[in-house]
Design a binder for this molecule. Structure first.
Ligand code: SAM
Length: 246
């Protein structure tokens, strides 16, 4: 049926494609993707040949307009390079505009690195805040962590190898005493999840500079400092207002 299909794809292990995702990819009219080479490899693996179109949220209004126009008669799949579209990946503008125009939008769930990391790290999962990528500049990163320090939840960030130690050092300063976790190369051959204090993880990753893709997590503030009951909503609102991305 025509409309927009948001389709999650593997974050490393191609076996994680769902049966539904493979079926919708095989039957759709058009695949919108971040990088036609990356998505081309996935389609090859599935022995599917499709028209692909590059799309990201910085695409011009005309590119988005054309895709939205096609959704009237065609089934358009949105995928990103890996994982769930819209999660630190393009798509939210497309979904918003599709909804505004009454286009049918549906989402096929699958892997997302932040969820995989949460299930591995052994940190509390009853409440968590996904912070996307931390800023790369020291000052901005410190401001974000400082604002989130009061949030009584596990904090989850996407990170890259070259920046990991600097982010751990910032956590040592702004989130003292927390249990931290580094989840790396999830679902791949060299999958690793390492937990410890900031000092322990800094020592390890300084000696062994990390390769590959990383999720960095910080457990909630230790109990004594944790706020109670109704403070939580107010704190979350205040922290989110301060930490909103530039
Ligand atoms: N949409 C994706 C998802 O649902 O996970 C995330 C896209 S974001 C542009 C890419 C970041 O996700 C990487 O820099 C890394 O922080 C994280 N990531 C993706 N795949 C990963 C993996 N296999 N292991 C660890 N982190 C991963």
């Amino acid at each position: 049926a025509p409309g927009l299909y948001i389709v999650a794809t593997p974050i490393g292990n191609l076996g994680d494609i769902t049966a539904r995702a493979a079926d919708v990819l095989a039957r759709c009219d058009l695949v919108a993707c971040e990088d036609t080479r990356v998505t081309g490899k996935l389609l090859n693996h599935l022995q599917i040949r499709k028209v692909m179109r590059r799309y990201d949220d910085h695409a011009s209004a005309e590119v988005r307009e054309r895709l939205l126009g096609e959704m009237a008669e065609k089934s358009v799949v949105l995928v990103s390079d890996a994982g769930t579209p819209l999660i630190s990946d393009p798509g939210y503008r497309l979904v918003r505009e599709a909804r505004e125009r009454g286009i049918a939008v549906t989402s096929l769930p699958g892997p997302s690195a932040m969820v995989v990391a949460l299930t591995l790290a052994g940190l509390p999962t009853d409440r968590f805040l996904f912070g996307g990528f931390l800023p790369s500049k020291d000052k901005a990163r410190g401001d974000v962590l400082g604002a989130l320090a009061a949030v009584p939840a596990t904090l989850v960030f996407y990170e890259t190898g070259p920046r990991l130690v600097a982010s751990l050092e910032a956590m040592a300063q702004h989130l003292p005493g927390r249990d931290l976790a580094v989840a790396r190369e999830l679902t791949k051959l060299h999958e690793e999840c390492r937990t410890g204090s900031a000092a322990e993880l800094i020592a390890h990753y300084t000696a062994h500079p990390p390769k590959g893709e990383i999720v960095l997590l910080a457990g909630p503030a230790p109990e004594a400092a944790a706020p109670q009951g109704e403070d939580v909503d107010a704190l979350l609102r205040a922290a989110l207002a301060q930490a909103s991305p530039s």
